[in-house]
Design a protein around this ligand. Structure first.
Ligand code: DC
Length: 223
């Protein structure tokens, strides 16, 4: 029996994880946030004192890396490094850049490939990331490229950070969004790009509820 897989890719701050989680819940599919996996590797590399920009420094660490994803009773995807639950830690702003840096290394990407593919073998999944439709699940049932203008994404992110009491200014957040976009789409291995057969969804002018509806409509039309 084959399972349904939905691949949602797009740049940072397009609302991907919020939208994807809600849509997966609505459809009863497992939601997999692959960015959380890269964030966990970034945090690990930093803790090991490695230069996250150096692939040679990261490769030897992968042997000892014990990374697990578990969906707990609260329905939330928890990430573990060994036995430590790092779900909260990986959301710290510093970890965004660490994740972006380690995700540029081919060795890191291939190390994580099977882990991601295996998840789609035994259940219906909705997976979000940067290269799900292009590399991880090239035969996904539905592929969506979810995006919004950089200013809109930065504004959403800045509001979120402000609610958490973070001191970042809008300009800093915008700069971070632009530089992460650049890193993610210019790296040599599995750069962020829309798969040829992906449907483009731009949420710049849409509310969260409208975005969720749009994604549900796109999926329902294809399954
Ligand atoms: O979606 P996010 O912000 O949590 O992702 C963190 C970083 O991980 C992001 O800069 C790009 C990288 N990433 C990736 O390269 N491939 C994925 N499938 C998911 C995330």
């Amino acid at each position: 029996m084959s399972f349904i897989s939905v691949a949602i890719d797009g740049p940072a701050g397009a609302g991907k994880s919020t939208i994807a989680r809600r849509v997966a819940g609505e459809l009863g599919y497992l939601y997999v946030d692959t960015g959380a996996i890269y964030r966990t590797v970034g945090l690990y590399a930093k803790r090991m004192g490695a230069d996250v920009y150096s692939e040679e420094a990261i490769i030897p660490l992968l042997d000892q890396l014990q990374i697990t994803m578990k969906v707990e009773a609260d329905g939330v995807q928890h990430m573990y490094l060994g036995t430590e639950d790092v779900t909260g830690k990986i959301r710290e702003p510093e970890v965004s850049m660490l994740a972006s840096a380690v995700s540029a290394h081919g060795a890191v990407r291939s190390f994580l490939l099977d882990m991601q593919r295996d998840l789609a073998k035994s259940q219906n999944v909705l997976m979000d990331g940067r290269d799900i439709g292009t590399v991880v699940l090239p035969d996904a049932t539905v592929k969506i490229f979810l995006t919004a203008k950089p200013e809109v994404r930065a504004l959403r992110r800045w509001k979120e950070l402000r609610e958490k009491g973070a001191p970042d200014t809008f300009e800093q957040v915008l700069e971070d969004v632009i530089s992460r976009d650049y890193n993610d789409s210019h790296r040599a291995v599995a750069p962020l790009r829309q798969a040829d057969d992906a449907v483009l969804a731009d949420t710049s002018e849409l509310t969260l509820e409208e975005s969720i509806q749009l994604i549900l409509d796109i999926i329902k039309e294809k399954i």
